[in-house]
Write a protein that binds this ligand. Structure first.
Ligand code: DLZ
Length: 149
């Protein structure tokens, strides 16, 4: 049995995209992918907000979720460092974004790369594979799921 296709009609959906400046050379590529997907799926409106790093994504997502956006797309890039600092950032970003989503019933999408190397990050933010693009597609599907459409 095959699954029904997702509803990717974005024409009545308002999306907030929150993007981290840390590792901007990667997150700008995720943002490009996200904007491309928003256009492709006719997203009614999208606004972009910038934060210093992935650790700050949840608090801004929390504010925007309560401001009436249908979905929040969080974009960031965490690359493994010598210390375990990156691990705390990744764990808190993931948990915070999930918490906002459950608390507000607004889809908050985890478009944060967690990579061992910069090479991996480049590969996941490229033309062929782009997790920013995938994040917007997930956001549209989730809004329609939550609306029962
Ligand atoms: C400090 C820091 C470090 C070491 N690494 C990353 C990273 O790989 N990716 C990322 O998005 N942000 C990083 N940051 C910044 C933190 O997310 C945060 O902005 C600062 O700790 C200030 O709270």
């Amino acid at each position: 049995m095959s699954f029904p296709p997702p509803n990717l009609d974005g024409s009545k959906i308002r999306i907030a995209i929150v993007v981290a400046r840390f590792n901007e050379h990667i997150t700008s590529r995720l943002l490009d992918g996200a904007l491309e997907a928003a256009k492709k799926h006719n997203v009614e409106a999208h606004d972009v907000f910038y934060v210093p790093g992935s650790f700050e994504l949840p608090v801004v997502a929390a504010k925007l979720a309560r401001r009436g956006y249908d979905a929040i797309v969080c974009l960031g890039c965490i690359i493994r460092h010598e210390t375990d600092h990156y691990l705390h950032i990744a764990t808190q970003a993931a948990a915070g974004i999930q918490r906002v989503s459950i608390d507000t019933w607004r889809p908050c999408i985890f478009g944060v790369l967690t990579c061992d190397t910069e090479e991996q990050a480049l590969e996941r933010s490229g033309e062929e594979r782009n997790e920013g693009r995938n994040a917007v597609v997930s956001a549209i599907e989730m809004v329609n799921v939550m609306r029962g459409q």
